[in-house]
Design a protein around this ligand. Structure first.
Ligand SMILES: [Zn+2]
Length: 160
């Protein structure tokens, strides 16, 4: 067994705060059914350095310290998968805009459907995306959205 030092565990906890989104690179288990590229929400890091995961596919397998490899969501394609996942779980009312983080009053369906992923955003951001597509505003990266950047910075799990 390969046990990490306390410093390593603390570094892992800073790097993988609860709520951040994780992408699987490699799992050292021939029987695992979790494919490379699958995503999970981080549940924490245990004292042995294992990253506790809630995989979108329903599995609860941990990323084993020293054996498995993963990274945090860092590309727009990866962020889009996360946003689609959040979109399916977005609260029907008073949801938070995943782009700017503001509260969207009333029914989510009355706000704007994002042009980037299947998720509702606030009316102002709907307008901004239209301006981006028209070339009038510079396009915002999906990794900069509040729903992606917040959890990655340790603000906790994204709550719709
Ligand atoms: Zn917004």
């Amino acid at each position: 067994m390969n046990f990490p030092s306390r410093e390593t565990v603390e570094r892992l906890r800073r790097e993988y705060p609860v709520g951040c989104r994780i992408v699987l690179d490699e799992m050292d288990d021939p029987y695992t059914k979790i494919p490379v590229g699958a995503q999970a929400t981080c549940q924490g890091v245990d004292d042995a350095g294992n990253i506790l995961c809630a995989w979108d596919c329903g599995s609860g397998l941990s990323i084993a310290f020293g054996a498995d490899r993963c990274h945090k969501v860092r590309t727009d394609d990866e962020a889009k998968i996360t946003l689609e996942w959040y979109g399916k779980r977005q609260p029907k009312e008073n949801a938070r805009c995943p782009r700017c983080g503001c509260r969207m009053d009333g029914a989510s369906s009355r706000h704007a459907l994002s042009r980037r992923a299947g998720i509702m955003i606030c009316d102002e951001d709907g307008m901004r995306e239209a301006l981006e597509d028209a070339g009038i505003m510079e396009r915002m990266q999906l990794t900069q959205w509040a729903a992606i950047a917040g959890p990655e910075c340790g603000e906790g799990p994204w709550e719709g």
